[in-house]
Ligand binder design. Structure first.
Ligand code: IVH
Length: 690
């Protein structure tokens, strides 16, 4: 598709006055949207802007509403169905979804290779090495290119029908493309649904704030999200997919597995060609395993091994299957990042909103090269469900950069001295009453002025993504609180150089720097200030939404619940949380004091729509690792100045910021003549425009 009218069809809705003209426009729009989905999700190379894409979707939606007879269950608009099911139905797989034989050392791999060579009477076998994704196995069936079924693996013969949930994953095409390679009349394809590690952490943080149970690991989060009865919930979860195998195919003409993977990509399916390797023999496959093991922690998704698959499909046919697994593939698992250790104690931490979280204090143990001495136990109910006791030997797992967790106690090691944990009735910090929910999943300290809550609130307030008061991180906040120098958010602005210069780890210069940083932060933007206030359920994004809508703090403060509810993205819980926050005397007092201290609060720099922001409308792409900021911090910097960060480079990109080890985006940037800034240049650029 290269014609401009196919990319951005010129449709005048006013001129559409019959089913025929509407039908034509609907076809054009669906074709264009599918093409843009393919460019965005599969090729990672969009050629239109988000707003142009939204425009196409909007037009299609309007026409489908006006002409309901044109509706198609696989139209790009039909991603979220309104239905809520009583239970998930079942689907019988066209062929059993078998599993893979797992091996744990090189010699088992050599044995596998020897057996294959012997059976095939060959000297050398070509393998494909692919990551073994740690997600949820799924089967998609396309008939004449249309997605007609999606099921979990279940017992291998029948699985759960998750079609309406699968349709909410935008990476999964509802209709396959057939530009170069013909689509078989019916094809069942296997893949893995997963959640990225960073998105998993964000999801858990969100759930913690909302008082919901946390997911133990990304795999559970993906499974829990996909097996929802209400697909609207699934739609909100950051699910992704990689397709990796044909389960069954009518009229297949492929000769190798590699060709199948290439065809997947061509049809618009998400394949991970970047991390799939064609290996000329088993030695090369083992090299891939070692390389993959080294980069495992850097991959954005969880993998627990490498799958070696015979590439030649005729050879696979000859090798056949055992009862539960194929003879032509194995999963070489990584050493588990688990360890056993003693759970010495369970302490209780008090969070910013007063939530009490039990934390396991472990006898330090090295797991996957990292020393682990703490693990979250989430809540009392979770501890009881797993029957974890103080003094137990426990199995601990560490998954990438995800917080370690206690898998289970080793009950055989008990000697009777282990003690059950009971959530204290009084806050361990301020001794106020603790309120526990009936299901024991949430416990809260009721004292808003509890020093632990205040401490967390101050740390939240000063952090980089909020008021960005450099030099006032967790340790310094504790030090100043212990010395009774700061006692609340507003007291930060009463700080004098003389109060701190004689404290340990301070001096004339660092004391002055801190005072300067505090002074500088008084001019912080409204969305950052709103986020910094720590209103429960109002994260960075919603703070921005509120600031954009109201433009001033006082308008937000006096907004009624109904008014807040009229804002898209704000639901009843958030509206409640905002009005409750602004009805509490302590919060209003703090805001008054901040005003008195000279905080701008209504920073005019942030007036969306008035084109006053220095980077208004510009598009940035980040690639590689920056040393001074995390990716999200850097994105926030430019977003605060009105720019947008997008994930892939196109002609519309204004700047590419390239850190260490930049990827293919840099090549694309050069091809598209996009200005490239290295970290130093980016820093200077920011300083110049501010
Ligand atoms: S191929 C006949 N490829 O691992 C076997 N499986 O124990 C077809 N898995 O349930 C599976 N990554 O969910 C294959 N690249 C990959 C995989 C993969 C993860 C899962 C799959 C399966 C389990 C096998």
């Amino acid at each position: 598709m290269s014609d401009q009218k196919d990319i951005m069809p010129l449709i005048d809705l006013n001129k559409i006055d019959s089913k025929e003209t509407a039908g034509k426009a609907v076809d054009q729009l669906r074709k264009a949207i599918r093409h843009h989905n393919y460019r965005y999700y599969v090729l990672d190379d969009p050629i239109i802007s988000d707003s142009e894409y939204d425009e196409l979707m909007q037009m299609l939606q309007t026409l489908e509403q006006q002409y309901p007879e044109l509706l198609d269950p696989n139209s790009p608009t039909q991603r979220v169905s309104g239905e809520v099911k009583e239970e998930l139905g079942t689907v019988t797989h066209p062929k059993p979804m078998l599993s893979l034989k797992a091996v744990y050392n090189d010699s088992e791999v050599y044995n596998f290779d020897e057996t294959c060579k012997k059976s095939l009477n060959e000297k050398k076998i070509e393998y494909i090495a692919e990551p073994k994704y740690d997600g949820l196995s799924i089967e998609l069936i396309y008939e004449n290119g249309n997605l007609i079924s999606a099921a979990t693996r279940g017992d291998g013969y029948t699985g759960e029908d998750v079609l309406s949930n699968i349709k909410t994953i935008r990476e999964i095409p509802l209709k396959l493309r057939s530009e170069q390679i013909p689509i078989p009349p019916k094809i069942a394809i296997r893949g893995e649904v997963y959640i990225r590690k960073d998105e998993f952490n964000t999801l858990n943080m969100q759930r913690e704030k909302e008082g919901e149970d946390q997911f133990a690991n990304p795999r559970n989060a993906a499974a829990g999200s996909l097996r929802q009865l209400d697909s609207k919930i699934t739609a909100k979860r950051p699910l992704h997919i990689f397709l990796y195998e044909i389960l069954q195919c009518e009229d297949s003409s492929f000769e190798t597995h590699w060709d199948e993977l290439l065809a997947f990509k061509e049809w618009g399916l998400k394949v991970n060609l970047q991390e799939s390797y064609k290996c000329k023999d088993i030695k090369e496959a083992l090299k891939c395993y070692n390389n993959m093991g080294e980069k495992r922690d850097d991959l954005p998704y969880e993998i627990d091994g490498v799958v070696f698959k015979v590439n030649d499909l005729a050879d696979r046919e000859k090798l056949g299957f055992r009862q539960r697994d194929p003879r032509w593939a194995i999963a070489y698992k990584f050493k588990p990042r688990q360890g056993t250790t003693k759970l010495e104690n369970i302490i209780v931490q008090v969070g910013r909103t007063g939530r009490l979280t039990p934390v396991a204090i472990l006898k330090p143990v090295r797991i996957g090269g990292v020393e682990v001495s703490r693990a979250s136990l989430h809540n009392q109910s979770e501890i009881e469900r797993k029957d974890i006791r103080i003094g137990d030997t426990v199995l601990v797992e560490r998954a990438g950069d995800v917080i370690p967790y206690v898998v289970k106690p080793i009950k055989d090691n008990r000697d009777g001295s282990e003690k059950r944990f009971i959530m204290p009735e009084n806050c361990p910090v301020c001794n106020s009453k603790v309120i526990m929910s009936e299901d024991k999943k949430s416990a809260r300290c009721t004292n808003m002025n509890c020093p632990a809550q205040v401490r967390e609130r101050i740390i939240h307030f000063t952090q980089k993504t909020a008021m960005n008061i450099q030099g006032l991180g967790g340790k310094k906040v504790s030090q100043l609180m212990d010395a009774h120098i700061i006692t609340s958010i507003s007291s930060i602005f009463e700080l004098k150089k003389d109060d701190v210069k004689n404290l340990e780890r301070f001096g004339e210069k660092s004391a002055q720097n801190l005072i300067d940083e505090i002074e500088k932060s008084k001019d912080q933007t409204l969305p950052r200030f709103l986020f910094a206030l720590g209103i429960p359920l109002v994260g960075e994004h919603l703070a921005r939404v509120l600031a954009e809508h109201y433009q001033t703090l006082s308008d937000i403060r006096f907004a009624s619940k109904d008014e807040l509810l009229s804002i898209y993205e704000i639901g009843p819980e958030v509206a409640d949380s905002i009005t409750t926050f602004f009805s509490q005397d302590e919060n209003l007092l703090q805001i008054e004091k901040l005003k008195e201290a000279g905080l701008t609060l209504e920073n005019p720099v942030y007036k969306i729509g008035e084109k006053k922001l220095p980077l208004d409308g510009l598009k940035f792409v980040f690639t590689g690792t920056l040393l001074q900021w995390t990716r999200s911090e850097a994105q926030k910097l430019i977003e605060d100045l009105g720019a947008h960060a997008t994930s892939s480079v196109s002609k519309e990109t204004d700047y590419v910021v390239a850190g260490e080890n930049p990827g293919s985006k840099l090549v694309k940037a050069r091809k598209n003549n996009v200005t490239i800034l290295n970290e130093e240049e980016f820093k200077n650029f920011l300083e110049e425009i501010q």
